[in-house]
Design a binder for this molecule. Structure first.
Ligand code: SF4
Length: 397
């Protein structure tokens, strides 16, 4: 039995990982990677079986942010040539969310850039949420709108929002190195407001920001203490035109160890592989899913992910199923994707509507073809999103 199995045994027996355990996982030799994965995978299977939660991002408002988060392509001073637009309409939001839901997602994450929402912004998100809930039975809605003021979380909750995302991003001891226009305490305050209002707290981090191993451990234990129900683990995408351009601190094996550490520290929480999955995990994406249990389908806020069909095939090929979908429905979904038909309304009955059906899947339009060449970026170049929300091009879902 490996030392990592002994830690897993202790956790499965009701104990908890210590900071020393977490550090040992993070600093494991690459030759021990599969031992780490096997042990963390036992915790993953205990709590989540072979399910993967599939989430879909809708960027409601892109760029134009007055905050100076150094890692962010939407920040004040960023020269990254991202899409910039103000609020999507309710109709456009429904269309974009529908594409993700039809593509296999069960949670829609509605995100807006900016320090925090005004009360009028909350009005918009309330309307969008009510429309989403009316249109898509069982949809989970997560909002990510920045720092909240008193009363705003309660309004979101009353409208049917299920979760609120606000990442701590890094350890408190590293926070002021990455952003100066707001504080770590500001971030923690918003997570507390969301939780107090009954919203499920979603808070995670970004690895690769110059933090030490000890600071990654610090961040994970902080998230545990905050009671984050879902923990998105992002791997820095160093956009050209941002202060972190050309910053490459991560390897695929390190990314897997970071996710495994998160699993050991928070064994029963949703560990989501978030931005940077393709770029940093590369051929270890599927290995990472042996310890993590959640991904984003398709594209990210300002960059393009691999095509949605590849995401789904990766899950199926590795023996996973989508949370909330039985195996045969999953097979049908993949078959529909392969046929170039990407929304659930047509599963088992390919869309034949001339010019597309207007359901947001883009069927009938040239852009919807799975043969469409797409800039997937490269190891050294995050690909800027040029499809989906804020464009006329069909979403990658
Ligand atoms: S992370 Fe959010 S608050 Fe920070 S610059 Fe980006 S959009 Fe603005």
């Amino acid at each position: 039995m490996t030392a990592f199995d002994q830690i897993a045994d202790r956790i499965l027996g009701g104990g908890a990982a210590t900071e020393a355990d977490a550090l040992a996982v993070l600093q494991a030799d690459d030759a021990e990677l599969m031992s780490v994965v096997a042990a963390a995978g036992r915790l993953r299977r205990e709590h989540f079986g072979n399910t993967v939660k599939v989430n879909y991002l809708v960027n409601l408002k892109s760029g134009l942010c007055p905050e100076n988060c150094n890692y962010c392509s939407q920040a004040l001073g960023s020269q990254a040539p991202i899409l910039k637009y103000s609020w999507l309409s309710k109709e456009e939001t429904l269309k974009q969310a529908g594409a993700g839901l039809s593509g296999g997602a069960t949670r829609v994450c509605m995100v807006s850039s900016g320090r925090g929402p005004s009360d009028r912004d909350i009005d918009k998100v309330v309307e969008m949420t009510e429309a989403l809930k009316d249109s898509y039975e069982g949809v989970e809605v997560c909002a990510c709108l920045g720092l909240l003021k008193d009363g705003q979380a309660e309004r979101l909750k009353a409208a049917g929002v299920d979760a609120y995302n606000h990442n701590i991003n890094t350890a408190e001891s590293n926070h002021d190195n990455i952003v100066q226009t707001h504080s770590y305490d500001d971030r923690v305050d918003t997570i507390g407001k969301a939780k107090s209002a009954g919203l499920s707290p979603c808070s995670g981090l970004i690895a690769g920001l110059g933090e030490t191993d000890e600071q990654l451990v610090e961040a994970l234990f902080a998230l545990k203490g905050l009671g984050s129900d879902s923990i998105p683990v992002n791997f820095l995408m160093p956009f050209d035109g941002t202060p972190y351009e050309n910053t490459w601190e991560l390897s695929p094996t390190r990314c897997v160890k970071i996710l495994a550490m998160a699993r050991f520290v928070c064994p029963d929480k949703e560990i989501r592989i978030a931005g940077g999955r393709e770029m940093h995990l590369r051929s270890l994406q599927a290995t990472a899913l042996q310890v993590a249990n959640s991904i984003f389908l398709g594209d990210y806020l300002t960059s393009e992910g691999q095509d949605a069909l590849s995401d789904l095939e990766m899950l199926r090929d590795n023996g996973f199923v989508i949370l909330g979908m039985d195996a045969s429905a999953f097979d049908e979904l993949i078959a529909a994707h392969e046929a170039g038909v990407v929304h659930r309304a047509h599963v088992g009955s390919p869309c034949s509507a001339a010019g597309g059906c207007g359901e947001g899947c883009g069927c009938g339009s040239a852009e919807a073809s799975s043969d469409e060449p797409s800039d997937q970026g490269s190891e050294h170049n995050p690909s800027i999103r040029r499809r989906g929300a804020g464009t006329e091009v069909a979403a990658n879902a």
